[in-house]
Design a protein. Structure first.
Ligand code: SF4
Length: 462
């Protein structure tokens, strides 16, 4: 029940690059969606010729509004210093020798993506016009995720950001975030990043218990988390976030409370707090199976989450999403909000997932193959197909994650030409009757009692 998904910024691995070690996870930026594989289609109900016409009109309308709305950009850096035992994201260790070639390939992909996307098989007119207008749309958020982007040098991150600026219309006030791990940053590097235009830093702390950090395979200790926060502030990062995880191996309620009190004492304006998910194929899953580790059960993890919500509210943090809290709306992560609004974003790098005009796509996973294909001028993109009902379900599921904003009904109608009930009348009525959602004329949002069991609400829209 408390398997709350993390991370918008990368996607779990599905295939192995031969002979290489793969790990997974990113700290923030949650990018994890239910997908339909290419070729596998679910068909939306079209009740009548009238609804077909309506749908065509709404698609045109949506195409026009999409072309003028802001765009987000995600850049995946698939490298880490070491493996964390719970991680299943598309990230690799021991690849320092590949960094330069990867940065070159990524910059090339950034420049060539509109042509690669335009070459996709049979894009719809809506998608074609969206792709045609990509480079003129205002980019409001850019997110470097991974992996650990700060394993690269500042000059390499600068090259990537410059490639984005050279090829897209980046807003002067765009939110530009990078993920980082405390052990991988210095004040000098953070100053360089700030000077380059990075204005939001999201660091993976995960715990403030040194023994737990060792257990998890993290490369930093609790003292270094505090030092990294000080360095970030000194470098000029006011918009600063830390990630924590509860439900860790052997963790008790008391241990978690100590962690969260320590997080509050660090006084950063944004906190992401996730429930541990034991992902198949990770070392953690193996250790649990072997009886070498145990994690708190659902009830214990639920109690930790409930207490987290109460304590963070008391400490002045507003919960704007299931796993995210900010001291004021100014510190909410605009990039992640674009995901939860199911807006358009471009994704660059192996395993990264993008979304344009209702089409989801992803890149091949393995960095070596990715670099090779980019250098050969070949596409690394795989298109995914989701029918309109599937898209609408994702839009509702993601919107419900935002506790205050919820699903914006006007935006939904603008996109699909019909209200949410057109696709999910039974589900929405049942959830409202059971006081798990509120259906206002303007928005749909989770009730207070639904937040701890949000995943049970979300599955109604899969
Ligand atoms: S730092 Fe750890 S948890 Fe984060 S992406 Fe790297 S291996 Fe995964």
């Amino acid at each position: 029940m408390h398997a709350l998904c993390r991370n918008e910024s990368c996607y779990p691995m599905e295939a192995t690059e031969q002979g290489e070690q793969r790990f997974a996870h990113t700290e923030q930026g949650e990018q994890r969606f239910a997908h339909t594989e290419q070729g596998e289609q679910r068909f939306a109900p079209t009740d009548s010729a009238l609804s077909t016409q309506h749908s065509a009109l709404s698609t045109q309308h949506s195409a026009l509004s999409t072309q003028h709305s802001a765009l987000s950009i995600y850049l995946h850096i698939p490298y880490c210093e070491a493996q964390c035992i719970y991680c299943d994201f598309n990230t690799y260790v021991g690849r320092e020798g590949q960094f330069a070639a990867y940065v070159d390939a990524l910059c090339r992909e950034i420049a060539e993506a509109p042509a690669q996307l335009a070459a996709l098989a049979a894009p719809s007119p809506h998608l074609q016009s969206t792709i045609y207008n990509l480079q003129s749309r205002l980019v409001s958020t850019i997110f470097f995720g991974g992996g650990t982007p700060t394993v690269l040098e500042a000059a390499q991150l600068a090259a990537i950001l410059n490639a984005v600026r050279a090829n897209y219309n980046v807003a002067a006030d765009a939110e530009i975030s990078t993920e980082a791990n405390p052990g991988t940053v210095t004040e000098a590097m953070l100053r360089e990043l700030r000077a380059l235009g990075f204005n939001r830093l999201s660091m993976g702390a995960q715990s403030l218990d040194d023994a737990m950090l060792v257990t998890l395979g993290r490369h930093h200790n609790a003292g270094e988390i505090g030092e990294a926060v000080q360095m970030a502030r000194a470098a000029g990062f006011a918009n600063l976030s830390l990630d924590f995880i509860f439900g860790l191996p052997g963790q008790t309620q008391q241990h978690w409370q100590q962690d969260l009190e320590g997080a509050i004492a660090l006084d950063v304006p944004h906190l992401s707090v996730y429930s541990l998910i034991v992902e198949q194929g990770t070392p953690l899953a193996r250790f649990i199976k072997q009886g070498r580790m145990a994690v708190p059960d659902d009830d214990a993890a639920g109690a930790m989450y409930d207490w987290t919500r109460l304590r963070l509210a008391e400490a002045g943090y507003g919960q704007y999403e299931i796993s995210n809290w900010a001291k004021s709306p100014a510190y909410e992560c605009e990039h992640n909000k674009a995901y939860w609004r199911n807006a358009d974003w471009l994704a660059f790098g192996p395993g990264a997932h993008g979304h344009l005009a209702g089409m989801r796509y992803h890149h091949i996973l393995a960095p070596t193959a990715y670099i090779k294909r980019i250098n050969e001028g070949k596409s690394t993109i795989k298109q995914e197909t989701l029918d309109q009902r599937g898209q609408a379900g994702e839009t509702i599921m993601l919107g419900l994650r935002m506790l205050r904003e919820g699903v914006d009904v006007a935006r939904f109608r603008d996109r699909y030409g019909v209200p949410p009930e057109h696709f999910f009348a039974t589900e929405l009525a049942w959830l409202a009757q059971n006081r798990l959602i509120v259906r206002d004329p303007a928005r749909i949002y989770l009730t207070e009692r639904a937040v701890p069991v949000a995943n049970e609400v979300f599955v109604k829209f899969v």
